[in-house]
Design a protein around this ligand. Structure first.
Ligand SMILES: [Zn+2]
Length: 497
């Protein structure tokens, strides 16, 4: 465990940045609300998952890989899933299996680690029914026409996370008349509802049906992350800011009332993603799917673009943000290519030249930024500065009072490179071999690898045939596509420029 690092996180509940102190440093727990799997996830969903992934990686770095437990659920029963299955005339499990896999594949392409647990709602019906029963018995929930509702007036702290008061909610309530008639209070939310004729349904003492969305997370958190030994409170609950109300507010209310203990000690919410300064929405037609973006861009470019804003702020998603991310990563990979992976991953070199004075402990400085509420912006800017120094071959730092230029000793260069790569890896970046990167598709449209190899063979044949016209034609195609050929002793290699 890296004892000296102090992580601080902005806690939405207390509205302040607080030092993170886990209940048990041997078992740090975090939960993030996962996707409802009926369609492709969009880049706004990816932002929440990548922010949680960075937090997961930082916690693993501080407390050790085996001492962090991260659960992210799959909501595989929901009205939208049922509608999609009916439209396509297939079973809901066919849809949910397909899109759960696509979600995991898309996130893997973005460099997200798999969580420790990925519970599926339909596998935890018993846990949900048990929690609802307890809430009814203890007087926090009531049955009404086959439904079970949570009575928000029974929980004094309702609204504390989002700042909504029950009076405000009453005024703003816009519910259908039938639903309103069944409820005691407009803000009461559904824990269980009867299923329509052919819809999937589970048996329960209060009638066959299916759960509301909010109870799913509370029940799965209890099942996967809490226990008698560790208590009912997890360390961190995270998710998108859009889930603060009503979803997280309702999770808090039902879990607190069922267990008489807080649901989480820290609430971490990521900010919205804007599309070209507009809200991303279906009605504006500007929803960008992860899956589509991955057809054009390498997943690492998308990840870099997401990390280029601090997770709590709004991030404006534009083409130029992606191009900038790609350019910066190209520069970073160029360093790896120049220095050689053998050198970077090898042992510390012996160096007969005089060791330059150590100007600052870069590795600690990176980590301290990261531990300051996951300030990826500062880390990336420091890494870019270091990349510049590595390209130049010297440090420009301070020695006492006067700035001076200090050429790297071999040892120092090796140390800085290790620090550079190690920090980028901790952010989930620089995960590829540089050669693979420069041959990669991190480029808009363009030729496929197979097409490029085919054209290189054609060019060799044209040259052999002294067909200079054809050879020039192919040269122009490569120039247009910004593909750089390098003729060497072992034949022609290529990379994207
Ligand atoms: Zn949730």
């Amino acid at each position: 465990m890296a004892e000296t690092l102090k992580l601080s996180l902005y806690d939405t509940m207390t509205r302040e940045k607080r030092e993170f102190v886990p209940t048990d440093p041997k078992r740090v727990t975090m939960y993030c609300c996962g996707p409802t799997v009926y369609s492709y996830a969009h880049i706004g969903n990816a932002r929440a998952a990548v922010a949680a992934d960075v937090l997961f990686r930082v916690l693993r770095h501080i407390y050790g890989e085996d001492h962090v437990e991260y659960a992210r659920n799959i909501t595989d029963i929901d009205d939208k899933i049922i509608v999609a299955a009916k439209e396509q005339g297939i079973d809901i499990s066919e849809i949910t299996t397909k899109f759960a896999k696509i979600y995991n594949d898309d996130l893997a392409a973005l460099g997200c680690l798999m969580p420790t647990y990925q519970p599926h709602a339909t596998e935890h019906m018993d846990d949900m029914v048990a929690m609802i029963e307890k809430l009814i018995v203890d007087g926090y929930a009531y049955e009404s026409e086959g439904h079970v509702f949570f009575d928000v007036t029974k929980y004094d702290d309702y609204g504390k996370l989002s700042g909504n008061t029950l009076d405000q909610l009453k005024q703003g309530a816009r519910v259908g008349e039938a639903e309103y008639a069944r409820k005691k209070n407009a803000a009461d939310f559904v824990l269980w509802k009867p299923s329509k004729e052919d819809d999937p349904s589970w048996d329960a003492p209060f009638g066959a049906g299916r759960p509301g969305w909010h109870i799913e997370c509370s029940a799965m958190i209890k099942k996967t992350l809490t226990s008698e030994k560790y208590g009912e409170t997890i360390d961190i609950h995270c998710g998108g800011q859009d889930l603060k109300f009503p979803h997280h507010e309702n999770e808090i209310a039902q879990s607190n009332c069922a267990h008489n203990a807080p649901l989480a000690n820290y609430w971490v919410h990521n900010g919205f993603l804007q599309m070209d300064a507009e809200k991303m929405s279906k009605s504006l037609g500007n929803v960008k799917l992860i899956h589509e973006l991955l057809e054009t861009w390498d997943g690492e470019v998308l990840r870099f673009a997401l990390l280029s804003g601090q997770y709590r702020g709004e991030l404006d998603w534009t083409d130029s943000l992606l191009k900038q991310a790609k350019n910066t990563l190209d520069g970073w990979y160029r360093i790896l290519e120049q220095e050689g992976l053998e050198f970077i991953s090898g042992n510390e070199p012996e160096d007969i030249s005089l060791e330059a004075p150590v100007l600052s402990n870069r590795a600690n400085c990176f980590l301290n930024y990261l531990c300051d509420d996951l300030n990826t912006v500062n880390v990336i800017s420091e890494l870019s500065q270091l990349k510049q120094n590595l390209s130049n071959g010297y440090d420009n730092g301070f020695d006492g009072s006067s700035p001076r230029i200090i050429p790297f000793s071999l040892k120092r260069k090796w140390n800085l490179l290790r620090s550079f790569v190690g920090t980028a890896n901790l952010l989930g970046l620089l995960q590829k071999d540089p050669e693979e990167w420069f041959r990669g598709k991190a480029q808009e449209g363009g030729l496929t690898d197979a097409e490029i190899d085919g054209l290189i063979a054609d060019r060799a044949q044209a040259r052999a045939d002294k067909d200079w016209g054809r050879s020039d034609e192919i040269r122009d195609v490569f120039a247009n596509e910004n593909i750089i050929l390098e003729d060497g002793a072992d034949g022609t290699t290529w990379r994207r420029g």
